[in-house]
Ligand binder design. Structure first.
Ligand SMILES: *Cc1c(COP(=O)(O)O)cnc(C)c1O
Length: 438
């Protein structure tokens, strides 16, 4: 398997290099040179395969021998060790629960797979691998859990002060061991900019073996395609299937597009956002206008310049910009909602179905409703990206009742937070990295 950068489609790199580097030197994003289709009988008989079989088959097909089958099977088996059940609200609205992993969010899938793959590729290296990550909430918790005590790795997480929930913060700051947290006095976009700058800093990268774990890493993206197949498999009615994806950096949605390219018969995708709506706006107008993110109830989607947009454009690439736009909007519809609408949706889903949905999933619910008004035949699957208990005070206030916190999250509230405070600038972060890891 070879990969190119979205900024240069004529130079290629190996899977190992793409996984360990995270970001190409030209600041584009890695994409697979080819996206082969899965064997047709496999897709037809999905029901005969376990989630782990699906993960293995997708990876084997995509990686094209880059990792021997035996090693790959071990990696995918280890990575996919919790389920992704589909719960039906009604005949045409289903919820894919992606929160059954250690950090209660879909990012556990990517983080676990990436930890396995990086550890595999780092075998035989003398220097430890430093994973530098910016998080708007959930990435950090998943990465921390995924890499915790993985030999030969160190994780440094940057998160925006006061902009993640208490429990999210505990997930980042209480593990210790090979996991460190930096609390940045700024926004998620500041954190992301600092991380990007670190990767482009040759002085730093010559002294520290640095890699990324954000959704920009190709090894985060690939496993997120597994559960689109897993969800499809569980649907009784497999006609007119539409996936509705609550989105921030658009890694999850891009992984869905990958699944479709590999042969999953998806009719359409819905990109659901909060008021940070640059992608719905692009789909509507053809103009892409990144801007600073605004804080919302669905804070893991507060992204003003989604990194995976470059990959989406690449997947629909055409020589003419206008054609790229036309291609993309033929496959993806975008909708955006305010916090007020989101609150109402959380309540509506509970009142109608007795289902407690989190604010991110609720944005997805709204988008699916709106899409289905114009497309009544659509059979919609909403990706429920996190467990509602991750956003406890908000969800409890909306529903006016208490919610049970899963044990694996509940134990965190008694643990002590350990984090170093940082201004929203690259310099001090670089200094910290050199002092602690150089
Ligand atoms: C990260 C996250 C999202 C956004 O996912 P992207 O792949 O960045 O679009 C949505 N919901 C939750 C709960 C998340 O943690």
């Amino acid at each position: 398997m070879r990969l190119y950068s979205t900024k240069n489609r004529s130079e290629f790199t190996s899977l190992r290099e793409a996984v360990l580097r995270g970001l190409p030197p030209d600041n584009g994003l890695y994409m697979p040179e080819s996206i082969p289709a899965l064997p047709e009988p496999f897709i037809r008989n999905l029901k005969d395969y376990s989630f782990q079989d699906i993960a293995f088959t997708i990876t084997k097909t995509l990686f094209q021998g880059a990792i021997p089958d035996e090693d790959l099977r071990k990696i995918t088996d280890d990575a996919v060790n919790f389920e992704a059940p589909v719960v039906s609200l009604n005949e045409h609205q289903h919820i894919l629960e992606l929160f059954h992993g250690p950090s209660l969010a879909f990012k556990d899938f990517g983080a676990r797979f990436m930890a396995q793959l990086m550890s595999y590729f780092n075998q035989g290296e003398s220097r430890e691998l430093v994973i530098l990550v910016a998080t708007s909430g959930d990435t950090g918790g998943a990465v921390a859990a995924g890499f915790y005590q993985t030999p030969g790795t160190r994780v440094v997480i940057l998160y925006p002060k006061g902009k993640v929930s208490d429990l999210q913060e505990k997930q980042l700051t209480t593990l210790g061991h090979n996991i460190s947290a930096l609390e940045v006095e700024g926004t998620f976009d500041d954190c992301q900019a600092i991380v990007k700058q670190a990767f482009l800093d040759e002085e730093l990268t010559s002294r520290i073996r640095l890699t990324s774990a954000n959704s920009i890493n190709i090894s985060r993206l690939v496993p997120q395609s597994f559960y689109y197949f897993e969800a499809f498999k569980q649907l009784e009615n497999q006609e007119n299937v539409v996936f509705c994806v609550p989105s921030g950096n658009f890694g999850n949605l891009t992984a869905g597009l990958l699944a479709q390219r590999m042969g999953l018969p998806v009719q359409h995708f819905i990109a659901a956002t909060n008021i940070n709506d640059v992608v719905p706006e692009y789909l509507e107008s053809g103009a892409y206008t990144p801007r600073p993110s605004q804080r919302t109830l669905s804070n893991a989607m507060d992204v003003g310049n989604p990194s995976n947009f470059a990959r989406m454009q690449d997947l629909y690439h055409d020589l003419e910009e206008r054609s790229t736009w036309n291609n993309m909007k033929a496959s993806i519809s975008g909708y955006a909602y305010t916090d007020e609408a989101t609150r109402k949706a959380v309540k509506e889903v509970y009142d109608r179905y007795g289902y407690v949905i989190d604010p991110h999933g609720a944005v997805g619910y709204l988008a699916l409703q709106e899409y289905q008004e114009k497309n009544p035949g659509a059979n919609g699957v909403i990706l429920e990206t996190a467990h509602p208990a991750k956003f406890l005070p908000d969800v409890e206030a909306i529903l006016e009742q208490t919610i049970t916190v899963p044990e694996r999250l509940a134990v965190l509230s008694d643990k002590e937070k350990v984090a170093d405070l940082m201004p929203p600038e690259y310099g001090p972060v670089k200094k910290w990295l050199l002092e602690h890891l150089g």
